[in-house]
Design a protein around this ligand. Structure first.
Ligand SMILES: [Zn+2]
Length: 267
């Protein structure tokens, strides 16, 4: 089956989220052509808006950064079944805390910060915390991004920045497409997100980084050029909350066609 991944690497150590955005780093040696996709997969269509975004009023003139959002090979990264299930690595499941009380407290603080960021997005896209990563739509790990993702994103060739030192990376978000036969009948083309978020930040920065990365995972696959947006490409000292522009952008994304979420026919 077709498996493609996209990766967004966000750096904090150097004072900047990297705008590196790997649209379609293919795992397979060759990417399918649009004609092959048309033959194999549903044609891109628009889903109905989730009620939470339906009721969001966009003021005129429309202020957003939709033009910065990259559609993927399969279209926009839109969730179609709600609530979106989110797994957050817990203290008990954490690899590094051991039995050291201050380490346990720090990892609890990390979880609290990440959960606070989830609650910030919940009014716009319904999210549900679940206990198992196996059935999660979005999985958030309490660890620095793996080196593998770093090299893969640098190999994508569309990075405008020189390779960063691995230790500078605070977070990484990647998606993967798959055919969902387990929770959908008939089968659907679906996607899942994995977020790696370093444990080595203060609570405020952890929440800000989680807010930013979850924004990517909800479909904002790009960065804002304006520093008062949560999806601004660079880390700022006082991280802004989710802005009207963030939600305007999110709503416009959910009004776009995608191949995701539609039934596929398998012979
Ligand atoms: Zn980012």
């Amino acid at each position: 089956m077709l498996i493609f991944v996209g990766i967004i690497v966000c750096m904090i150590g150097l004072g900047q989220f990297s705008p590196t955005l790997s649209r379609n780093a293919p795992q397979a040696p060759t990417s399918p052509t649009p004609e092959q996709l048309d033959r194999l997969l549903p044609t891109p269509e628009v889903h109905s808006l989730p009620p939470t975004l339906e009721q969001w009023q966009m003021a005129e003139p429309l202020d957003d950064y939709f033009s910065e959002i990259e559609p993927t090979l399969l279209g926009y990264l839109i969730w179609t079944r709600f609530p979106v299930r989110v797994f957050v690595e817990s203290v008990a499941g954490s690899r590094s805390s051991g039995s050291n009380p201050s380490a346990i407290e720090r990892s609890q603080q990390w979880v609290t910060s990440v959960r606070a960021a989830i609650e910030e997005w919940n009014p716009y896209i319904p999210l549900q915390a679940i206990d198992s990563p196996e059935t999660a739509d979005i999985t958030i790990w309490r660890s620095a991004p793996p080196l593998q993702g770093w090299s893969a994103s640098e190999q994508s060739g569309d990075s405008p920045t020189p390779p960063a030192l691995p230790r500078a990376r605070a977070a990484e978000t990647r998606y993967q497409f798959f055919v969902d036969r387990a929770s959908a009948a008939p089968a659907r083309i679906s996607h899942r997100f994995t977020i790696y978020l370093t444990p080595n930040q203060t609570a405020d920065y952890t929440q800000a980084t989680a807010r930013h990365e979850i924004g990517h995972a909800l479909g904002i696959w790009g960065h804002s050029p304006v520093e008062t947006d949560a999806l601004y490409f660079s880390q700022v000292r006082h991280s802004p909350p989710i802005s009207d522009r963030d939600i305007n952008t999110l709503k416009r994304i959910y009004q776009q066609p995608t191949r995701l979420g539609w039934e596929i026919s398998e012979e």
